[in-house]
Design a protein around this ligand. Structure first.
Ligand SMILES: NC(=O)c1ccc[n+]([C@@H]2O[C@H](COP(=O)([O-])OP(=O)(O)OC[C@H]3O[C@@H](n4cnc5c(N)ncnc54)[C@H](OP(=O)(O)O)[C@@H]3O)[C@@H](O)[C@H]2O)c1
Length: 217
């Protein structure tokens, strides 16, 4: 039995972050359904590495299979994420805005929205929780520590539904990280790219100061 009580995690995106989170998920007893943009046949090596708890499908199949689904694609492609099979589901958004990769998005640069509010607008009935955007992919499988370790790494999360955030916090805890609830998706700019809290190793005690030091255009 997993700590969240969930069985299957779907992945839309199986790159640096998706593959690393899938490794942790399998290690903690979840089934995973992986997807990418090129098709399930291109994921055979990853699925073989992950073992019998893993399979690959289309993005729609991964979305439908997941009790919880991770969206971890380049932000420029977020509107390609299937909407209907994610209805009502908790969706973890790991995405960050890199204008060099994603093209200029004026609403983000002008501070009118956040990356995760954009995904939430695209998935109106899903329950989007921003998480795992604030850790380098390589650290996901190495930085986890038990809950009683005083130096445990904390990762900020944000979302508009308390219950969805509680499930994601349980998942983070199971994976070896302290979830630090920063508030709503609208507030999640405080740990987006270039902010003091972005992709630095912090404990829960470090986070409030880093979040408070964030500035917006
Ligand atoms: N890398 C990091 O350390 C890190 C840390 C925190 C957050 N992030 C953020 O997390 C997101 C993912 O980063 P990453 O480094 O994992 O990227 P990545 O290695 O480039 O992987 C992206 C994955 O998304 C898939 N994809 C692209 N468009 C898709 C679509 N329309 N439908 C389904 N899958 C699609 C790609 O599939 P194909 O290969 O088939 O195109 C690939 O599997 C980005 O927003 C990034 O900024 C990254």
């Amino acid at each position: 039995m997993t700590a969240t009580g969930l069985t299957t995690i779907g992945f839309i995106g199986s790159g640096n972050i998706g593959s690393q989170l899938a490794r942790l998920a399998v290690a903690h007893g979840y089934r995973v359904v992986m997807s990418n943009s090129r098709g399930p046949e291109t994921l055979s090596d990853l699925v073989a590495e992950l073992g019998p708890q893993a399979s690959a499908g289309t993005a729609a199949e991964a979305a439908a299979a997941g009790d919880l689904v991770v969206v971890t694609v380049p932000l420029k492609n977020y509107q390609q994420v299937p909407v209907e099979p994610l209805a009502g589901k908790i969706v973890i958004d790991t995405n960050n805005y890199y204008w060099e990769r994603d093209g200029r998005i004026p609403a983000l640069e002008e501070g009118k929205t956040t990356v995760s509010e954009m995904l939430q607008e695209h998935l109106p009935t899903s329950r989007v929780v921003k998480a795992f955007n604030n850790i380098m992919a390589a650290d996901i499988t190495t930085d986890g520590k038990p809950a009683d370790d005083a130096d445990r790494r904390a990762l900020p999360i944000a979302g508009d539904q308390v219950e969805a955030k509680a499930v994601v916090a349980t998942l983070l805890d199971e994976f070896g990280f302290e979830a630090f609830d920063t508030g709503s998706l609208a507030d999640s700019w405080r740990f987006e790219r270039d902010q003091p809290a972005y992709v630095v190793r912090m404990t829960a005690a470090d986070l409030p100061g880093k979040l408070a030091a964030a500035t917006r255009p």
